[in-house]
Design a protein around this ligand. Structure first.
Ligand code: PLP
Length: 394
């Protein structure tokens, strides 16, 4: 008799965003026409850069003529995009070849799919609070999770554990939800830990473009020894506004092997079986992100979000509230004032100030007592929200 994947029964309901929208709808019913200031979203609000739009239009026209039409694209990505991404790494001093870069439809897809490379008896170490997909994807495949707590005392940047070992290690830096960023030295400790234990690091670099401090690493491959123990998963979603356009890339160095199996070769085999690649049009649009013009334009967009983050951080600074993130990341992670937990603070902000954020408890137990503010919103709304926050909590 057919046996479904009963691991799905072990998933918790995706309570966080459901509960937020339920509470927001109830508020709007009671206060029709109220202008809510939404700092809860992880979605971008600015349109695609002009260089990308131009490239997308050009690619649409290519598809209209027999001589320039493209059908199926190579499963691992178009060489023109793999090459320009590898060159982007090379410019930063990271020696990556085009055939180590795999094009995907986004980091979310890839974070789930990449688990095909691992055995279901491998253990996964997840630092918490965490992006919920890491936990859920491993529960779905029945893998044992080792939760590593992060907190205010370690700036939400935990060190490798002394006792526990793990096969797969998730690192997200700059972090969602905390906005904390690992230094080179801290990442080196994790790379050494992974190489000592024959683990593999899954490095989520979705927010690398928000790093402004030159001392901080954008890529795990800036760290010595990482090419022997890490896979990097990246996305143009937050870098270039591709949340609805969809494009990501994954770097698997050819030197990464475990148990006699080579991960780059395995991923080629996986992709050539399980996907027919990303559309020609979108890949052409993505190329424009890596041109000089595209890089200048995405920096302009990111600077708008960064200004939002400064406005929010300044408000918390004025109030003397502890927070991290907001400088090299789009998220500001604040401690909720005494007397609140993260959900009661959510209700208080919504009902008293019309401001929507994200309760930290939604990112795992260690997030309780904290609250995430996103800088991806409208600048005027963000200023207004910061003022309301100061007036309410002063
Ligand atoms: N990784 C992290 C840490 C994220 O916060 C997100 C999206 O919010 C993703 C991955 C998914 O990105 P994508 O839009 O490329 O699927």
């Amino acid at each position: 008799m057919l046996k479904p994947n009963t691991n799905y029964a072990n998933l918790k309901d995706s309570y966080l965003f459901y509960n937020i929208s339920r509470k927001v709808n109830a508020y709007l019913e009671k206060n029709p026409g109220a202008h809510l200031l939404r700092l809860g979203i992880g979605d971008v609000s600015l349109p695609l850069p002009g260089a990308v739009i131009k490239a997308l239009h050009g690619a649409v026209d290519d598809q209209a003529a027999k001589q320039t039409f493209h059908g199926y694209m190579p499963e691992c990505g178009a060489p023109f995009l793999r090459e320009i991404i590898a060159a982007h790494y090379n410019k930063r001093g990271v020696d990556i070849n085009a055939d180590e870069v795999f094009i995907s439809s986004g980091a979310s897809d890839e974070l789930g799919d990449i688990l095909d490379l691992f055995d279901k008896f491998d253990t996964a170490l997840i630092m918490e609070p965490a992006y919920p997909a890491y936990v859920d994807a491993n529960i779905m495949s029945g893998r044992r999770i080792i939760h590593l707590s992060a907190g205010k005392d370690n700036g939400f940047l935990p060190s490798p554990p002394k006792e526990a070992k793990a096969d797969i290690i998730y690192i997200c830096s700059p972090n969602n939800p905390t906005g904390a960023v690992f230094s080179r030295e801290q990442l080196k400790d994790w790379v050494d830990f992974a190489n000592r234990n024959a683990s593999v690091i899954l490095f989520d670099a979705a927010y690398e473009a928000f790093i402004e401090d030159n001392a901080l690493p954008h890529s795990i491959f800036e760290i010595e020894g990482a090419k022997e123990c890490a896979i990097e998963i990246c996305s143009l979603s937050k870098t270039a506004g591709f949340t609805g356009t969809r494009l990501g890339y994954t770097v698997i160095p050819k030197g990464l092997s475990r148990g006699g199996m080579n991960f780059n070769r395995m991923w080629v085999r996986n992709r050539t079986t399980k996907t027919n690649g990303v559309s020609y049009i979108i890949q052409k649009g993505a190329v424009a992100v890596f041109t000089d013009e595209g890089q200048a334009q995405i920096k302009e967009n990111i600077s708008v979000y960064k200004q939002n983050a400064r406005v929010l951080s300044n408000a918390l600074g004025k109030l003397g509230i502890w927070y991290c993130g907001g400088k090299n990341a789009p998220y500001v992670w604040m401690k909720v004032p005494d007397g609140f937990d993260s959900w009661s603070f959510f209700d208080f902000l919504l009902n008293e100030a019309g401001v929507v954020g994200t309760p930290g408890a939604g990112f795992g137990k260690c997030g309780e007592g904290f609250f995430r503010l996103s800088s991806f919103g409208d600048p005027e709304d963000t200023k207004e929200a910061a003022e309301r926050l100061v007036n309410l909590l002063r």
